[in-house]
Design a protein around this ligand. Structure first.
Ligand code: CP
Length: 353
């Protein structure tokens, strides 16, 4: 199986047929990566709850598989034919639910989708454990989003099929962070091998948001810590003096990230290679807004070649004037999420295309 995959991946690439104007082709990412999918075999039939479950090698190879799907869509077979995904979203979602469902469909599978908690036993007091026991009989994999940090763990206890965390409260959102890393690696392919980066190549990443309250950022920072050798500085732009949750700063620092906190976006923006903007934190049945004073538009003082990313629903913090600029990598980020999720799903079910 591994030899087959490696043989497939070593074939010369054709021109990407689905390239979107304004972002770098994933082709440059593929060309820089080692040809070895063995690390991914360890992920088969496992749940995906936290970014902590992945090492750098696995993450890079997942991105490589995603790049293969993105650059060679005509070669995608339908390896999930006959498999059923249970897409359980007890909290609103555009990107995560639809990109997971798109990914599953593109791999040939069928889907049962829950988009309203009031339509399941949860509305009658059924536990996530009991729902999980039922789901074992109905599908081959579950993607769950819920505002309660614990829900995914309760369901996991009963499940005998893999579950993927599609966002659990303020805790984690590992697959969004995979899509984020995929985007960053496309823009900075040398980060796939951070130990080989020269000092002048190391990048500075700015995160506008509150890592202690935002699940996307929490997971992304855990992934970025795997690449810390290639990251000169991680700048958290926040009005909060202590935007981290308990132990978070220490964990990330000990993993090698050089972290600075500043409230001054305009001052730091011209130094940033990657700018990641998140203004929403889902808490309970609603959301908190953070840092609405921070806004990016086409006139913001970006470093030439800067990459702007935004993982969530757009608010006033991200002006539409940026859409037509080369700084806009957020559409590529959303699009790449489909291919990263295809890679992850096929690896989890050991059904490579
Ligand atoms: N990235 C993300 O979680 O967006 P959605 O809420 O639209 O799924």
């Amino acid at each position: 199986m591994v030899n087959d995959i490696n043989a497939q991946l070593s074939k010369p690439l054709q021109e990407p047929s689905l390239d979107v104007q304004g972002f770098e082709s994933p082709r440059s990412l593929m060309e820089r990566l080692a040809e070895d999918l063995v690390p991914l075999l360890e992920l088969a039939h496992r749940p995906v709850i936290s970014a902590r479950q992945f090492n750098r090698e696995q993450l890079v190879q997942l991105c490589r598989l995603a790049a293969k799907y993105e650059t060679e869509p005509h070669r995608i077979t339908r390896p999930l034919t006959g498999k059923i995904l249970i897409s359980a979203f007890y909290e609103p979602s555009t990107r995560t639910r639809l990109s997971f469902e798109s990914a599953w469909h593109r791999l040939g599978g069928d889907i049962m989708s829950i988009t309203d908690p009031a339509t399941t036993g949860i509305a009658k007091g059924e536990s996530f454990y009991d729902v999980g026991e039922m789901l074992n009989h109905y599908g081959d994999m579950v993607v769950l989003r819920d505002s309660n940090n614990r829900a995914v763990y309760e369901m996991l206890e009963a499940l005998r099929i893999p579950i993927v965390n599609g966002g659990n409260g303020t805790d984690e959102h590992p697959t969004q962070a995979m899509a984020d890393v995929y985007t960053i690696l496309k823009a900075v392919p040398q980060l796939t091998d951070p130990n080989s980066m020269k000092a002048s190549e190391k990048i500075r990443i700015g995160i506008i948001g509150v890592p202690g309250r935002m699940r996307t950022i929490r997971s992304l920072l855990l992934f970025l810590s795997l690449f810390s050798v290639g990251i000169d500085e991680l700048v958290i732009i926040s009005e909060d003096q202590d935007p981290f949750s308990e132990g978070q700063y220490k964990e990330l620092s000990e993993a090698g990230l050089n972290i600075r906190i500043t409230p001054d976006l305009d001052k730091v923006l011209p130094q940033l290679d990657v700018v990641y903007l998140n203004a929403i934190a889902w808490v309970s049945d609603g959301y908190e807004e953070h840092g609405r004073t921070y806004r990016l538009d086409a006139d913001s003082p970006f470093k030439p070649g800067a990459v702007v990313m935004h993982p969530l629903a757009r608010g006033e913090e991200l002006d539409r004037s940026l859409d037509e600029t080369p700084y806009n990598w957020y559409f590529a980020q959303a699009r790449g999420a489909v291919f990263v999720r295809m890679a992850l799903l096929s690896v989890l079910l050991k059904s490579y295309s």
